[in-house]
Every structure is written in structure tokens, then in C-alpha cells.
Ligand binder design. Sequence first.
Ligand code: IMP
Ligand code: MG
Length: 173
Amino acid sequence: MADLISILNKNDIEKMVADVAQKISDDYKNSELVLIGVLKGAFVFMADLIRKITIPVKIDFVGISSYGSNTVSSGKINLTKNIEINIKNKDVLIVEDIVDTGLTLKYLINYLKSFDPKSVKICTLLDKYERRETQIEVAYPCHRIEKGFIVGYGIDFAEDYRNLPAIYHLKQM
Ligand code: IMP
Ligand code: MG
């Protein structure tokens, strides 16, 4: 059995997404911006975010898996989908659901830098900082939490709960 404790409701999320989209639109107004969403967890956030961004933007996705069906990161990272558009000399913004240890993003930044983008920065819905293992600069964190396992709004536990419209803390009982 598992218990779901609400941490961010639909209104909270809408406001967070609008705020970060505004910042991104201001900061990148003179650049060629490419948003790269990290599948699968970031797909809902990405869909809402791009519709609040007011400057021209291209999008792509990468597939990354590391957790398997466990709540503890395996630390082993697999690239399950490559980028498909050319990011050479473009300003890249990675769109992630959660930064936890930071290992996924460290891997992803190295992968993306191999295509010679002009810049690579990170936007994450949740910055979960207690278990950070590698120093990662998160330019656009929407919300910071210390710890806990999160589901909803695209984020899963063993592929469940992605469809929940709000964000919950999953308590295993
Ligand atoms: P990291 O490599 O430890 O930073 O892990 C990041 C990835 O693990 C994220 O892309 C998430 O998909 C997943 N993840 C981290 N914390 C959680 C969580 O609380 N719930 C669900 N997935 C999580
Ligand atoms: Mg993920």
C-alpha cells in the first residue's frame, strides 16, 4: 500500500510554470533556443512550459532511464533516445522533472556538449537537493525540496501515477 500526500496543487504548478516561462522568455529573447525534455518524466512539464514561453523555440527530447522500478537511483544511466535536431551553436535548455543526485544531468550535459551547442543550461520542475552527489548548476529550478519520493504531473513510480494532475509525496507503507 502507498499513501499520497499532496505537495503542489494544480494552481501552484500553473504559477510556477508561468513564472519560469517568463524568466526564460526574457533571458533568451535574442537567441536560438532549443528546449530538450528528458523522457519520460518531463513530458507534462515540457508541454505546459512551451505554451507559456513567448519567444520562438524549438523542442526535442532525449530518453534516459536510471531508476528501473525502484525508488532509489540505480546510478546506472542508459540513453534510450538520442536528440534528432541540430543543436550546434544553439542555446540549449534541458527540461527535467527532478534533479536528485545530479548524475543523470551530468551525463546528459556531457552528451549534449558533444554536439557543440552555444550553451547548455538546466530547467527543472523539482530540485531535490539532499542526495546531490555531483555539483550541478541549475539555472531555473521551479521548486526546491529536501527529500522524499515524488509522483504525479508526469513523474512516476514504476510507471504508475504519471497521469495525476498534481504533485505528491509517495509514502510507502
Ligand atoms: P538523478 O540522476 O539522481 O539526479 O536522478 C534524476 C532522475 O531520477 C530524474 O530524471 C527522475 O526521473 C528520477 N527521480 C529522481 N527523484 C525522483 C522521485 O522522487 N520520483 C520519481 N522519479 C525520480
Ligand atoms: Mg527523469
